[in-house]
Design a protein around this ligand. Structure first.
Ligand code: CA
Length: 223
């Protein structure tokens, strides 16, 4: 497992990379925003996870996140932030981050988040799920629509898989939160809506044609 750590605080970067090394993760450290973006665009397939500090020289983490997702890089992104405002959190998730951790945090906390992001379903069923013109291959973590690959982030993929395993049912936001987010998102259920919006966009449907919104409850994927 290889991690790209983008952090300009040298001391913190050293401590994290040492700790991650002890856990068996190889870590590359970059301390500058633009350099990080360049590195990700050149070596996108080398990393299993990107840990991204929010405040960085030359380009901030939010912008990096946005641009990385625009390049259709789907590697999980964990953002480190010193800010605790809800606005920033929502912005982060809209920009394509999978998770965030508010500084200061303990190494144990970081480890837990990393494990959650890197965890692959252990008993993933090999058969391809198909609903309408959407095909999902759990073995390869791949989604096709009309035969064309749809690049999804970890959370978007998780959402779609959940919907496809529960077709025609009204799936509650709470169920999605419980199933796809490991830690406490109490009072923050619009995180689901944000990711569903991104998922719809990537499936090429801004509207309700694939995923129907069930007002006040959740969503439904009709066969
Ligand atoms: Ca910083």
């Amino acid at each position: 497992m290889k991690i790209l750590l983008v952090e300009d605080e040298q001391k913190l970067a050293d401590a994290l990379s040492k700790g991650l090394g002890r856990e068996g993760y190889a870590t590359d450290v970059v301390g500058d925003g633009k350099k990080a973006l360049m590195r990700i665009s050149l070596y996108r397939n080398d990393y299993d996870l990107i840990i991204l500090d929010l405040m960085l020289p030359s380009m901030d983490g939010l912008e990096i996140c946005r641009q990385v997702r625009e390049m259709n890089v789907t590697v999980p992104i964990l953002v480190l932030t010193a800010r605790a405002e809800t606005d920033t959190k929502v912005q982060l998730l809209v920009s394509g981050a999978d998770d965030y951790l508010v500084k200061p945090f303990s190494f144990a906390e970081l480890k837990a988040r990393i494990q959650a992001l890197l965890r692959r379903p252990t008993e993933s069923l090999p058969e391809t799920l198909k609903i309408r013109d959407i095909e999902l291959n759990p073995g390869e973590h791949k989604v096709l629509r009309e035969g064309k690959e749809v690049p999804l982030t970890l959370k978007e993929y998780g959402l779609l898989e959940y919907f496809m395993r529960h077709p025609n049912q009204v799936v509650k936001r709470e169920d999605l939160l419980n199933h796809l987010w490991d830690f406490n998102y109490v009072g923050f259920s619009n995180v689901v809506d944000v990711h569903v919006k991104n998922l719809r966009r990537k499936l090429g449907s801004e509207g309700d044609d694939v995923l129907e919104t069930v007002r006040g409850v959740g969503y439904r994927l009709a066969e």
